[in-house]
Design a protein around this ligand. Structure first.
Ligand SMILES: *[C@@H]1O[C@H](CO)[C@@H](O)[C@H](O)[C@H]1NC(C)=O
Ligand SMILES: *[C@@H]1O[C@H](CO)[C@@H](O)[C@H](O)[C@H]1NC(C)=O
Ligand SMILES: *[C@@H]1O[C@H](CO)[C@@H](O)[C@H](O)[C@H]1NC(C)=O
Ligand SMILES: *[C@@H]1O[C@H](CO)[C@@H](O)[C@H](O)[C@H]1NC(C)=O
Ligand SMILES: *[C@@H]1O[C@H](CO)[C@@H](O)[C@H](O)[C@H]1NC(C)=O
Ligand SMILES: *[C@@H]1O[C@H](CO)[C@@H](O)[C@H](O)[C@H]1NC(C)=O
Ligand SMILES: *[C@@H]1O[C@H](CO)[C@@H](O)[C@H](O)[C@H]1NC(C)=O
Ligand SMILES: *[C@@H]1O[C@H](CO)[C@@H](O)[C@H](O)[C@H]1NC(C)=O
Ligand SMILES: *[C@@H]1O[C@H](CO)[C@@H](O)[C@H](O)[C@H]1NC(C)=O
Length: 452
């Protein structure tokens, strides 16, 4: 994928680049590399802030540098393997999930004696004397683009049976990050220049005794998730509503798959929803043909002389989930001329400076940043106004529909291109459409890479 991208940029200009890029992009869902957020990562920084008689005290901070992927409830858990026989004497702002075998210790009992501890955040409402800055949010971390001030999480750890100088301390190994499921891969800890801390009045700078960094990246392939989201389409110029592909996220009436769902017209709805194990985070979805917890609908609503208008609706079919701080990433070539957006926040994502075709959308705090559980309130919507660029604008060949959509960082499955609503009297099926062209290019590229 990386190779694909580089060779393409060197290659050509204009539309060809765009077409090739799009096809490259669709290659890569198995790769840790995300073309829409190429530098996205979570960096974990350990700052040793003081030495103790048998070890050190460190502040561990996780920075979410991902544009649109956040960590939602039940939050992160961070694991590692100690290099020596270290123990954790105490923690502030976090805790290990297991204490392990501390039977060797008399008197002072460590917080954790496991060789491979797993740490989780504390919950909101933790007493102040057990908190530090950026802790105690139940492991929830916002994304960098959406809310940078809430994109970090910290805890303090007091480590014993460790080195007590920067020469004898051994960095922990094998970091694992669950957020909350699989998906992240963490590299080795690297010792870096000690962090400098500037006092609040800016008049004094102190520095850590020693600092190391660990970088973790996300891959949807590793997360091995079945799709959780799909896209449906409609337009003012054609009555057809193209619904989500059938069985996108599961099939109804099929007990062999995760096919259980809730009929919204069932008289027992409330008891079914509340009765089913509340603590489970597996979705409990409303019965639909696609069975996805989330559907994004894109409606091409109006055509003006200079502008055109789209209505976007996100519907929650999951009875077990309120999506707080949800976000949507949408790719469409007209985003370089977005003129107005109603009731959502908007930020352009332009990972390749020249191509400004991707936008991140999210809800307004206290208004629609919470996408409520399935039911009458379980949707949010917005309208987008685009200015037409006469040289590229067209309603033909599905141009007005999005190229790709992510909900909370997960790819939403689109209907097949030949099902898109089309203009009455527009080119017949024998026309070579943009999409056919793309598919042809894609397959020839695949051929090229397989045999080159
Ligand atoms: C992690 O992300 C930050 C911010 O985008 C970037 O500066 C840094 O180079 C990234 N680290 C790695 C190892 O990619
Ligand atoms: C350890 O400390 C010494 C002196 O305090 C410093 O010169 C050296 O660069 C430090 N090493 C590391 C890995 O931080
Ligand atoms: C780290 O993980 C790898 C693979 O899971 C394993 O082979 C290795 O022994 C682990 N190292 C430590 C120190 O646990
Ligand atoms: C280590 O991580 C911190 C926090 O993200 C960052 O400011 C620093 O530049 C990183 N250091 C290196 C060498 O990557
Ligand atoms: C049910 O699932 C099985 C296995 O996934 C599949 O072979 C079968 O065709 C499905 N049946 C229906 C009615 O969807
Ligand atoms: C979602 O939020 C509403 C209102 O705050 C609450 O009544 C409901 O129990 C929540 N649902 C879930 C699944 O957390
Ligand atoms: C992308 O287009 C939007 C909408 O016209 C504009 O506000 C933004 O500044 C552009 N960003 C870049 C990096 O060109
Ligand atoms: C659309 O945006 C591009 C890049 O931002 C700009 O060059 C072009 O003039 C705009 N077109 C219109 C019709 O505003
Ligand atoms: C609307 O689009 C569908 C394809 O989704 C097509 O089958 C139908 O003929 C179109 N309707 C008209 C009036 O062109």
């Amino acid at each position: 994928m990386d190779f694909c991208f580089r060779s393409v940029t060197k290659f050509a200009t204009g539309t060809i680049v765009l077409v090739l890029l799009l096809s490259c992009v669709s290659f890569d869902s198995t790769d840790a590399y995300d073309p829409l957020d190429p530098n996205g990562n979570i960096t974990i920084k350990w700052d040793v802030i003081s030495w103790t008689p048998d070890g050190y005290v460190a502040v561990v901070t996780m920075f979410n540098f991902q544009q649109y992927r956040h960590i939602q409830a039940p939050g992160w858990s961070l694991g590692w393997t100690w290099a020596k026989k270290e123990v954790i004497w105490s923690m502030i702002g976090g805790q290990t999930t297991e204490q392990g075998d501390c039977s060797k210790y008399k008197g002072n009992i460590p917080h954790c004696c496991k060789k491979d501890p797993t740490v989780v955040d504390l919950l909101p409402g933790t007493p102040y004397n057990q908190q530090i800055a950026n802790c105690c949010k139940g492991g929830v971390i916002n994304s960098w683009a959406q809310d940078p001030s809430n994109s970090a999480s910290s805890f303090q750890i007091s480590v014993g049976a460790a080195g007590t100088t920067n020469k004898t301390v051994r960095v922990p190994k094998n970091f694992t990050l669950k957020a909350p499921g699989p998906g992240y891969t963490c590299g080795p800890a690297k010792i870096v220049k000690p962090t400098k801390f500037v006092s609040q009045d800016g008049r004094r700078v102190t520095q850590a005794m020693m600092t190391w960094n660990v970088t973790c990246t996300y891959s949807q392939f590793l997360a091995q998730k079945t799709p959780t989201c799909c896209v449906s389409l409609s337009s003012f110029y054609n009555d057809t509503i193209v619904s989500c592909p059938t069985c996108t996220c599961g099939c109804q009436n099929n007990n062999t798959q995760s096919g259980s769902c809730v009929d919204p017209n069932s008289p027992h709805l409330a008891s079914v929803v509340s009765g089913s194990s509340k603590n489970s985070f597996a979705p409990l979805v409303q019965c639909t043909s696609h069975m996805c917890p989330i559907r994004v609908h894109w409606h091409v609503k109006l055509n003006y002389k200079e502008y055109w208008r789209v209505k976007v609706t996100i519907t929650n079919f999951n009875y077990r989930m309120n999506y707080s701080q949800w976000n949507l990433v949408v790719q469409h070539p007209n985003f370089d001329n977005l003129t107005e957006i109603f009731s959502f926040y908007y930020k352009p994502l332009a990972p390749y400076q020249a191509i400004n075709d991707t936008a991140m959308l999210w809800g307004i705090k206290f208004y629609n940043d919470l996408l409520s559980q399935a039911g009458p309130l379980g949707n949010v919507q917005s309208e987008l106004l685009f200015q037409k660029d006469k040289s590229t604008f067209t309603f033909e060949k599905g141009w007005a529909f999005p190229r790709r959509i992510y909900f909370n960082g997960d790819n939403c499955v689109m209907p097949p291109p030949d099902a898109y609503p089309y203009l009455p009297n527009a080119g017949s099926r024998s026309d070579i459409s943009f999409l056919t062209l793309m598919i042809t290019l894609l397959s020839s590229l695949a051929f090229f890479f397989a045999y080159a």
